[in-house]
Design a protein. Structure first.
Length: 766
């Protein structure tokens, strides 16, 4: 009596796999608007779902029970509340008749099947165990491990092959069938892991919106060649924009996706993505080609590679390579503001290592211009090659020793270059108690060059200049805290004063080149650095003291920060004589005050502000105000104002407002006050239901450095449990609206604040 238990899950494999054709969602689907309860309730007497560690079904016994057992030994009939169980499987029916000699069986009346993944009811099941041929009639099913339901007139099975007639699938409740996928016939091969649907129709309500005469899809985790969901959009620059991805499963460890793209205002384009995976690494190759783009009247192309190979437990080879056919490619094919902010495309390849007390790397880096308003002379120097090592190791319980070292060859197609060696050994003491710390550090920095003769002549010196000097820092802080109560809530109140002293003697550096060195933008982090320049071509001379104070109110009930504030300033005891070209020297006196504060008004309102005030010139250098309000549900409002003297003044307003449980409106207004110029405007609506969501957006945004604006319309239909069709509106909204769907309520995305562990920065405080 094991046959029905073995076959019914296979027979309904197509029902379970139809939602497997969906593309991965960026976030979990929201089923909150669905009617409560099961479409097919759990069956009485069914065993619990399989748990991790349970024996496989084949290793567990089959238990048969029924009210009446009649017939002969070779032709038994079990009637009345017949129940078969094995592991997490349950089969119930009114009666089962068996012919053991012929191998046939007939199950009739109220057939019920359930396991951890699916629940089924049917009228009749019959078949032959010897020939492994079976038929199941009039079926309804419900997925248990995910939302989905449907039915079929009949299923015919022959071994691993199955055929379903007049089948349906939907994640909607039967009483609210907003969409349904129907197929006249579906063939399933469980051994090969694929199915073929014929005459499939997608219906929205009662209206057929898509007809596919034939398509192939996977029925398990094995990938299969076939069509993915298309993407459709409309914009003033591209016109009607249609993308149709074609997935090619070339081998178990590599595949290829080809995406023909039609832009009615520009022409045809082909995108491709090749992925490979092996035991010690993986990689992706992206390529695009567009013959005779009508926008520029020329051929366009792009090539990119990203991958790695693990050489050992400590060493890895990595590469990120990119190339575009022309300097306007990024602008013409990007649809976001970040696409016009980058002036060059960086390519790098190298070997990187990491150990308990060290990191190291050797690589090459090259740049390609992607800003048509500039020429190649504005490109950074390529580093061909570059090697670095960072080592730090404790010496006893309170002393650390380390060294930062880098050797790099700078090369440029339009400017002379050279080679630079930078070494910075240091010794640091760790003196600390439960509420205080003092960290004195003594470092010595040696930088030497071997310059091309032409560059040496331009600088008016020799081909082998060098610089060396000691750098002394003292970092000290105290931590005070107390318990306090505000409006009946208990808080931990902290007070954290900090002093940072820096001393570095003057060394003449006018004869040194500027390969990769620029002044840092003054900020809170710069109060505690031992150099105000990035890179090694300049080392500031300094005799200065930073005085800073931070305070926090931490709610005892949940650990949330009710309030935090920081204030700091540098006191310069001497004029700084080291300057970069175009830079104003730092004079004796005081720096601008740097302040930052955040206040949690309540669980919905959050305010934040940053401010810099220069007392010497009695002017503000920076001002930033940010506010966020959380509506019930997914609603959020963000308001930001940013000002930096002589650079920018912008206002940014974005929101997601839930009008009702099903309707919401979204928008963004991003404006440059200084230029009186719109940077981006988005307006749209979202409609959500139990099984269907629709998003429609209208967008106007800056598309190039000249400030030209482009318009686009994006529409996306999300058939929950099946997939989505149209433009990826969610990606646009997640970028434009901070806190969209409440999964990223940080004020600055982590990807913009986390440093690359492979970056070499000899100016960081050890």
């Amino acid at each position: 009596m094991r046959l029905p238990l073995r076959l019914l899950p296979l027979s309904l494999s197509i029902a379970a796999c139809l939602p497997g054709t969906a593309m991965a969602d960026d976030k979990p689907l929201n089923w909150a608007l669905c009617p409560a309860g099961d479409i097919i309730p759990p069956f009485e007497g069914a065993p619990p779902a399989a748990q991790p560690g349970d024996p496989a079904r084949e290793q567990q016994p089959t238990v048969i029970d029924g009210d009446v057992l009649s017939g002969t030994r070779d032709n038994p009939t079990t009637e009345g509340n017949v129940v078969l169980t094995r592991g997490d499987q349950f089969l119930g029916t009114d009666s089962i008749k068996m012919d053991r000699e012929a191998g046939t069986y007939v199950a009739e009346g109220n057939i019920r099947y359930q396991d951890s993944g699916i629940r089924i009811v049917a009228e009749r099941a019959e078949g032959n165990q010897n020939t492994d041929v079976h038929t199941i009639s009039n079926i309804r099913y419900q997925l248990v491990d995910r939302r989905g339901n449907g039915g079929a007139d009949s299923i015919q099975l022959t071994g691993s092959l199955g055929q379903m007639h007049h089948s349906t699938y939907s994640s909607c409740d039967p009483s609210q069938r907003m969409w349904e996928l129907r197929a006249q016939r579906i063939d399933v091969d469980s051994e090969e892991g694929f199915g073929v649907a014929r005459n499939a129709v997608l219906r929205m309500g009662k209206v057929p919106v898509l007809y596919v005469p034939w398509f192939k899809f996977p029925v398990d985790d094995r990938r299969q060649t076939g069509l993915l969901y298309p993407s459709v959009s409309m914009s003033g620059r591209n016109g009607f924009d249609w993308r149709q991805p074609i997935y090619l499963n070339l081998a178990p460890n590599y595949d290829l996706t080809l995406t023909p793209r039609l832009m009615t205002e520009r022409g045809l384009m082909l995108d491709s993505e090749f992925r490979y995976l092996y035991e010690r690494g993986r990689g992706t190759v992206n390529a695009s080609w567009m013959p005779n783009d009508d926008l520029r009247d020329r051929d366009r192309a792009r090539l990119a590679f990203s991958g790695y190979h693990n050489l050992s437990g400590h060493w890895q080879a990595r590469a990120n390579l990119g190339w575009v056919s022309d300097s306007r490619y990024v602008e013409d094919f990007a649809n976001r503001l970040a696409g016009i902010s980058a002036s060059f495309l960086q390519s790098s390849a190298g070997i990187y290592g990491v150990g308990q007390h060290w990191t190291a790397g050797a690589m090459a880096e090259h740049y390609q211009l992607t800003d048509y308003t500039l020429n190649d002379g504005h490109l950074p120097y390529s580093r061909l090659p570059r090697a670095y090592v960072n080592w730090e190791q404790p010496l006893g319980h309170w002393l650390d020793a380390g060294v930062w070292a880098e050797a790099v060859r700078f090369d440029h197609r339009e400017r002379p270059g050279g080679t630079r060696l930078d070494v910075k050994p240091y010794l640091s003491a760790r003196l600390a108690g439960p509420a205080w710390y003092i960290t004195p550090t003594l470092a010595w920095r040696y930088t030497a060059y071997q310059l091309d003769r032409q560059l040496a002549q331009q600088l008016g010196g020799g081909t082998s200049p060098s610089r060396n000097l000691p750098i002394t820092t003292l970092d000290a802080g105290v931590y005070f805290d107390r318990d306090t109560t505000i409006d009946g809530d208990a808080y931990l109140h902290t007070l954290e004063p900090r002093l940072f002293y820096l001393n570095a003697p003057y060394r003449k550096q006018d004869g040194l080149p500027l390969f990769d060195t620029r002044p840092f933008t003054f900020s809170w982090g710069q109060l505690f650095r031992d150099n105000r320049y990035s890179g090694a071509d300049r080392q500031t001379d300094a005799n200065q003291l930073t005085v800073a104070l931070s305070t926090r109110l931490i709610r005892r009930a949940d650990g949330r920060e009710k309030f935090s504030a920081s204030l700091g300033q540098i006191r310069y005891f001497e004029d700084s004589r080291v300057v970069a070209p175009g830079e104003t020297p730092v004079a004796e006196g005081k720096s601008a005050w740097v302040a930052d504060a955040n206040y949690l008004i309540n669980d919905r309102w959050t305010l934040g502000a940053s401010y810099q005030w220069d007392p010497k010139f009695r002017r503000e250098d920076l001002a930033s105000v940010r506010a966020r309000y959380l509506w019930p549900g997914d609603g959020v409002v963000n308001l930001g104002y940013r000002y930096r003297r002589n650079l920018l003044e912008q206002v940014d307003f974005s929101f997601l407002y839930p009008v009702s449980p099903t309707w919401s409106v979204v928008g963004r207004y991003y404006h440059s006050i200084e230029d009186d110029k719109l940077l981006e405007a988005i307006g749209g609506v979202q409609w959500d239901s139990c099984c269907l969501a629709v998003r429609a957006l209208a967008r106007r945004y800056v598309r190039n450095r000249e400030g030209d604006l482009d318009n686009s319309i994006q529409v996306e239909f999300v058939l929950k449990g099946l997939g989505s069709a149209g433009q990826n509106t969610e990606r646009t909204l997640r970028r434009a609206i901070l806190g969209y769907h409440r999964d990223d309520l940080y004020l600055v995305p982590p990807g913009n604040t986390t440093t690359d562990p492979d970056d070499y920065d000899p100016n960081l405080i050890p």
